[in-house]
Design a protein around this ligand. Structure first.
Ligand code: PLP
Length: 349
């Protein structure tokens, strides 16, 4: 494996600062699912905590516990997928904030907290239209009154109410927010007083102030990954933090072989669409060769030359989102698909 993902933690901190300024006074929850979007969980959360981030969005309990292990008791960690009873117990023991979008899970969470002997902090999730998980609006009033009862019993601490939106069209997001507002009111009527209401991810957190509430859950923008079809990173005041470099392995008749760990890595649909920046500053189309290595061809290429598969999105380098747009996906998908076998190298100034 000769490819390397270079991760600039100084740029990460600069992006975090930029996002915090943009969303203030709302709090930033840094989303670190999928190994911090492929950038490496431990270095990312350490740098972010050093920059003052106090909330981390972990997705699963395993990731949440890994963040707890790195950062200790000082930070809040939100996980919103609990697959098994063991997860609930682990969440209660590790003081994880748990997203709960299901009536059965609410009961199980309360029972797990009872066994551990301390209340579990929960954030109740309303389904505002994505239908992924979350309690449907018609079931919400019952759900919140049951949560209030479990809180009164001392099993749960209802600290948050949240939902997730598509961020694909303003109209749909507005409809989702109207449902969210109604859900907040119903929770209030049931006697709940959640202190963190959260709805927005990257795009809405910047573009739509009324979506910020108390906290925003941001992944992509902190890593400098702009939205597909959206404003450039520069316009947003963000810098891509990662650069995927690959070495030329061999020069053959059909081109030059570079290795970026494509087997478990970048989508092969990029073949014939994406190009790499070559040492001469020109761009060459990628194709997928034997063993899923990638092939690019340019005159005078030599083994050992390094090409940039994606990086800054400026000066002839594609960004992750530039690649994503070629195949109709989002920059995050490119970032998380870089093979875990590709070593990460970290720069801090
Ligand atoms: C991934 C995710 C986010 C972060 O989304 P970005 O667009 O990367 O900022 C926020 N909330 C939830 C529930 C997510 O799954």
């Amino acid at each position: 494996m000769t490819a390397t993902l270079h991760v600039d933690l100084t740029a990460l901190v600069a992006n975090i600062t930029r996002v915090r300024e943009a969303v203030a006074p709302a709090e930033l929850m840094l989303v670190v699912k999928d190994d911090a979007y492929g950038h490496g969980l431990a270095p990312v959360v350490r740098a972010a905590a050093g920059a003052g981030v106090r909330w981390f969005g972990a997705f699963d309990i395993g990731t949440a516990r890994a963040v707890r292990g790195e950062l200790g008791e000082d930070v809040r960690i939100f996980a919103w997928i609990a697959a098994a009873h063991a997860d609930l117990r682990a969440a209660a023991e590790a003081g994880i904030d748990l997203g709960v979008g299901d009536a059965d899970l609410l009961e199980d969470a309360a029972a797990a907290a009872g066994r551990v002997g301390r209340p579990l902090r929960v954030h109740l999730k309303l389904d505002t239209g994505l239908h992924r998980n979350g309690v449907r609006p018609e079931a919400w009033p019952r759900f919140v009154s049951r949560a209030a009862a479990l809180e009164a019993e001392g099993a749960l601490d209802v600290v948050g109410i949240w939902s997730h939106i598509a961020e694909a069209s303003d109209d749909e997001d507005d409809d989702a927010r109207a449902l969210f507002e109604r859900g907040l009111q119903q929770a209030h009527d049931a006697g709940l007083r959640p202190v963190v209401r959260h709805l927005a991810a990257s795009a809405a957190s910047f573009a739509r102030p009324e979506f910020r509430y108390d906290m925003v859950r941001v992944g992509a923008f902190c890593y400098g990954i702009r939205s597909a079809g959206g404003p450039s990173a520069g316009q947003l005041g963000l810098v891509p933090i990662a650069r995927l470099e690959a070495e030329v392995l061999g020069v053959g008749e059909d081109g030059v072989r570079v290795d970026v760990g494509a087997l478990h890595g970048l989508p092969s649909r990029l073949e014939g669409r994406a190009s790499v920046a070559t040492p001469a500053g020109t761009r060459r189309l990628l194709s997928v060769g034997e063993m899923d290595s990638l092939i690019a061809a340019w005159p005078g290429a030599a083994p050992g030359d390094r090409v940039i598969v994606y990086g800054s999105g400026a000066d002839g380098e594609a960004s992750a989102t530039d690649l994503a747009e070629l195949i109709g996906t989002i920059g995050e998908e490119i970032a998380v698909r870089v093979s875990p076998l590709v070593p990460r190298s970290y720069a801090v100034e």
